[in-house]
Ligand binder design. Structure first.
Ligand SMILES: *Cc1c(COP(=O)(O)O)cnc(C)c1O
Length: 386
């Protein structure tokens, strides 16, 4: 056992694989619930796209969360994990007919609608089933988030949402459709956001919008502010949990809810990222012309964030306490971007050592691919290995 890892149990498993620390996940879920209970009308959905491991989903369901889905497959995963339809929200710019039908059949809480053509298709499919679809409009608040350009979603130039200036037209149009009920407004400005000022900017924008709607005598049942809360990738041991208190307090202080209105959140990364690690084995140490490479058996097919977003993940040698040495940690895939970290210090590593690539519980296993005909990594939980 080194730190939180049952290294002896790991020795029997084929690498690479994901390992989820369920104690940390449950502690995180408890903390979120404690913070949420301080505020009237707050409801939390988990964004399934961050991680759909069945045991992870099951723990999240037990904590009483709903889900936020962006595909029919995620709705199916939610239902399989026991989430009731009335706790599911369904977002996405390109919902197919079968996915909309699935949502209608499951009587989901809400479709987060991103365009008028989509609204009309939902109305048509709902009419065929004799159902009324509950919808929220995803508005593009044109609020920037201080995060990586590839993961901002709330700027006017992004493909997501309906432009603010079209808000009234769209709501009025929806009111003419027989099988649509407008119940909410939805926003999501990006991911890995650490500056509470970004969420505050979103609150200000929503307050302005609600004032304008009120002038037209329109109120909605709920506001959904999406997700986006970031975690500390640099210090997974010292700071194993996102700052949920500041996050929920910011919304409680800044957002002016109307009487009876509920406030929905869709957190993904902050819920699951810290509890997951990608466990990989050192295959070879190669002394290059100018640096030393630790070649490991995991690649970007297992964890694509470093290659895709230049994301940082702390890497630890969990087999050795030898004095540190400096390495580029690279995978076996035939692409130059298959690099997990450059010039990092690790306890000197040798063939056969296990390395933990930390904070990989979100957008890790779920984004794995079979490029190079590689097998998909398995996911084990601390419950499995206890
Ligand atoms: C991805 C996504 C989320 C979750 O984002 P995190 O940064 O992981 O919290 C929430 N809502 C929507 C609509 C999303 O697309």
């Amino acid at each position: 056992m080194k730190g939180i890892f049952p290294v002896d149990r790991f020795e029997q498993l084929r690498t690479p694989f994901y390992y989820y620390d369920m104690a940390l996940l449950r502690q995180t879920l408890d903390t979120i619930n404690q913070e949420v209970r301080k505020h009237e009308g707050f409801v939390v959905h988990y964004a399934v796209k961050a991680n759909a491991n069945p045991e992870v989903l099951s723990a999240i369901r037990q904590a009483g969360f709903g889900t936020d889905c962006v595909s029919g497959g995620e709705i199916e995963a939610s239902i399989r994990a026991g989430f009731p339809g009335r706790k599911i929200v369904f977002a996405g710019v390109g919902k197919s007919d079968w996915e909309i039908n699935l949502g209608l059949d499951a009587d989901i809480f809400c479709f987060n609608v991103e365009s008028i053509p989509e609204l009309e298709v939902i109305n048509e499919l709902a009419t065929k089933k004799g159902k009324v679809a509950r919808v929220a409009f995803r508005l593009n608040p044109n609020v920037g988030a201080h995060t990586h350009a590839n993961i901002t979603t709330g700027l006017a130039e992004n493909k997501f949402g309906i432009a603010m200036r079209d808000m009234l037209t769209v709501i009025e149009h929806a009111r003419e459709l027989s099988n649509i009920k407008v119940v909410g407004l939805h926003f999501h400005i990006g991911s890995q956001i650490l500056d509470m000022g970004d969420f505050q900017a979103l609150c200000n924008r929503i307050n302005e919008l609600q004032n304008e709607l009120e002038r037209h005598r329109i109120t909605v049942e709920h506001i959904n502010v999406g997700g986006g809360l970031g975690i500390d990738y640099q210090h997974p041991n010292r700071v194993p949990m996102a700052d949920f208190r500041s996050y929920f307090d910011t919304y409680a202080r800044q957002l002016k809810l109307r009487p009876g209105q509920t406030l929905h959140f869709e957190l993904g990364r902050a819920v699951v990222a810290p509890c997951g690690s990608l466990i990989t084995r050192t295959l070879y140490i190669k002394e290059g012309a100018v640096k030393k490479f630790a070649i490991v058996d995991a690649g970007f097919t297992d964890l694509i964030r470093p290659a895709l977003y230049q994301a940082y993940h702390k890497i630890e040698n969990i087999s050795s306490e030898e004095p540190k040495d400096t390495y580029d940690v690279v995978g076996p895939i035939c692409e130059s971007t298959d690099v997990f970290a450059k010039q990092i210090d690790l306890n000197a590593t040798h063939r056969g050592d296990l390395l933990a690539i930390r904070s990989a519980g979100a957008y890790g296993e779920i984004m794995a691919s079979q490029y190079n005909c590689r097998p998909l990594p398995k996911g084990y939980t601390s419950d499995d290995l206890a």
